[in-house]
Structure formats: structure tokens, C-alpha cells
Design a protein around this ligand. Structure first.
Ligand code: PMP
Length: 347
């Protein structure tokens, strides 16, 4: 029997967009739990107003800039950021709600759906070619340069700098982590998720370890990212590639991840076929449609459950929804091109 709809955990009326960010449900993933004898729970970040876990970072970074007096609600201001897309969406929505403009720099390889969404909500979208981080044309370096140029012209502007700005991890430490603790009643044995900036992992890890140092914290890493080896050996070494977006780092551990390094116990690697199998299974059998990074996270939670044995509670993050990747991981031509299996209902 399905459970009844849950009583909302937030007040019935919230104050504007900011009040609607966070307080997402924790969903028991039935098949993953049954297969492992563990309780595998996914934090439904795909239910956020902007559709991803990065709404929290968008809000945290803008609130922090306001607290520092760099931006003032209702007065002109510009938020500039380089992003795989989701942070740009979160920042732009919060900026719209407070009367700021946003300039969002994104590699043109990111899904069409995220780019269209950014245009739709009025971001000043600047597409760049994918480049290594050391290249001045890399999306992060480009966004920084744009912010500096506008500042030199006397504009009130912030460079959100989600990788280095610890307001990112701080909002997860203040909201996501405590929510998970409260929702599980403190009965949580492990937490795992992938890292883009590391804001989610570091913030949640710090909040959970502060409440119970025995909670095991495990980084989930896609192929092509060097963060698995960074945790294992201290050296960033990347091999292979992945179709996932918004996670993994090939050249350096971001500042937000380093901020939580002391709280991370271990790392796991997940390949694309394993992540995709989780996404397709969850969509077709549990009605939960997710993006690629959530597939990596659920696959990591399952692998961790198998290592830890039955009876444990393991929490992960369902970062964003499948609709954001219709043109990619739910597109048979894209899957065939990448040599990945096409599920029967898409073939
Ligand atoms: N999944 C998706 C789809 C994302 O866009 C991001 C952020 N780039 C992440 C996961 C990782 O989140 P964080 O930046 O907090 O590590």
C-alpha cells in the first residue's frame, strides 16, 4: 500500500520564493531498499522551485552578499556566475525576486533544456566553449572577468563564485543537513553524494558529523573526475569520462569540498551505465524521474548499502529531475551515440 500524502513539513503559507526553497521530502526508495535490506532515502531536491539542489546555493550566496552590504534588495545589482546551469537557474530566480539582474556563463555542451530555462527566466546567458580550468576562456574564469569589468565600471555586482564561496556549503550546513537529521530522527548511518562544488557534500557532512561523528560520509564520483583519487590518495587524478552534468572535477578539489574534507570518510566511483540503470529503474518502477547526478548518487547509496550490510539507513541527494535532460539521457539517439543501452520504452 502506498503511504498517504504527507502533511507538509513547511508552514502552509511561506514568504515568497525564498520561503519555498528547502524543506524537501525525504523519499524512501523502495526497490533500492528492498534489494539491499537497508533503508535508502533520497532527498527530493528536484522538487525545489528552480528544479534542483542548487536553489539553496543561489539563495545562500545572494543572502550572504546582502548581509555583507554588497547587494541591497530593491536596489540595482548584478549577479554574475559561471555554472553548468542549475546554479544559474537558482541565482536568477532569487535575483528576479529581489530586483537584481543576472549574467550567467555556461559551457554550450550543457543540456538544451537548462539553457532554454535560463533564457526563459531572463538570465543574460553567455555561452562559451568547454575549456580546461587553467584556460582564461573557461566558464568560471570568464564569469569572474565579466564581474571584475562591471565592477570597474562602477556597477554593484557580485561574482557568486560557487566553487570558492563558502556561503554555498554554509546554507547546506544550516538547512539540508539539519533537515536530513530531523527527517530521520537522527537514525542515519551514512550519507553519500557527488560533488560539483562540494557545497552539498561538505555542508551536509559538517552538519551530520556535528550531531553524530559516527555517521559515515562518502563522496560519490563519476568516471572522468579526479575527486575519488583525491579522497583516496590526496592527488586529483582523472580517468575516463561521463555524460553526467554538474558533478566531478578533473583538475582540482573546489574550496567548498576542501571545507568538508575532514568530515569525508571514503569515496566511491560510479560509471554511466550503472547510474543510468538507476535512473531508468526509478522512473519506470517508482515514478521518480531524475537527472544523471542523482543516478550516480543512488547507485553509490546502493553500493554503500551492500558494503555496510542490511539494517542501515543511508541518505543521498536526488539533485534534479529527468525533464532537464530529455534531449540527452532520455534521447535514444544520444544514448546510441555514446554506446549506452537504450531502455525498451525509448527504443
Ligand atoms: N547535480 C547537479 C545536476 C548539479 O547541477 C550540481 C551542481 N553543479 C550538483 C549535482 C552538485 O552539487 P554541489 O555543487 O553542491 O556539489
Amino acid at each position: 500500500m502506498d503511504a498517504q500524502p504527507t502533511t507538509p513539513t513547511r508552514p502552509t503559507v511561506v514568504d515568497g520564493l525564498a520561503g519555498a526553497i528547502g524543506n524537501t521530502p525525504l523519499i524512501r526508495l523502495r526497490r533500492a531498499s528492498a534489494a539491499t535490506g537497508c533503508e535508502i532515502l533520497g532527498k527530493a531536491e528536484f522538487m525545489q522551485p528552480g528544479g534542483s539542489v542548487k536553489d539553496r546555493a543561489g539563495l545562500g550566496i545572494i543572502q550572504d552578499a546582502e548581509a555583507r552590504g554588497q547587494l541591497t534588495p530593491g536596489e540595482p545589482g548584478i549577479v554574475v556566475e559561471g555554472t553548468a546551469g542549475n546554479t544559474g537557474i537558482g541565482l536568477t530566480l532569487v535575483a528576479n525576486a529581489r530586483g537584481y539582474k543576472s549574467i550567467i556563463v555556461v559551457p554550450r555542451t550543457q543540456s538544451r533544456e537548462k539553457l532554454d530555462f535560463l533564457r526563459m527566466i531572463g538570465a543574460d546567458l553567455r555561452l562559451v566553449d568547454p575549456k580546461p580550468l587553467r584556460d582564461p576562456g573557461h566558464y568560471v574564469n570568464t564569469s569572474r572577468r565579466i564581474a571584475e569589468e562591471l565592477q570597474a565600471q562602477g556597477e554593484r555586482v557580485i561574482w557568486a563564485n560557487q566553487f570558492g564561496n563558502l556561503a554555498n556549503a554554509a546554507i547546506h550546513e544550516a538547512t539540508t543537513g539539519p533537515e536530513i537529521w530531523d527527517q530521520t530522527g537522527g537514525r542515519i548511518d551514512a550519507f553519500t553524494c557527488a560533488c560539483g562544488t562540494g557545497g552539498t557534500l561538505a555542508g551536509v557532512a559538517r552538519a551530520l558529523k556535528a550531531r553524530n561523528p559516527k555517521v559515515r560520509i562518502v563522496l560519490a564520483d563519476p568516471m572522468g573526475s579526479g575527486l575519488y583519487s583525491w579522497i583516496k590518495t590526496g592527488e586529483v587524478k582523472a580517468e575516463g569520462s561521463s555524460i553526467t552534468e554538474g558533478i566531478g572535477q578533473a583538475s582540482a578539489a573546489p574550496g567548498n569540498l576542501e571545507h568538508g574534507r575532514d568530515c569525508i570518510d571514503d569515496a566511491l566511483q560510479v560509471d554511466d551505465p550503472t547510474a543510468l540503470a538507476q535512473i531508468f529503474d526509478l522512473q519506470q518502477h517508482e515514478g521518480i524521474s531524475l537527472g544523471g547526478s542523482a543516478g550516480v548518487n543512488v547507485a553509490a547509496a546502493v553500493a554503500l548499502a551492500k558494503r555496510m550490510g542490511p539494517g542501515h539507513t543511508i541518505v543521498t541527494i536526488l539533485c534534479d529531475g529527468g525533464a532537464r535532460y530529455q534531449s540527452k539521457i532520455f534521447n535514444p539517439e544520444f544514448l546510441r551515440e555514446k554506446g549506452l543501452p537504450v531502455p525498451s520504452w525509448l527504443a
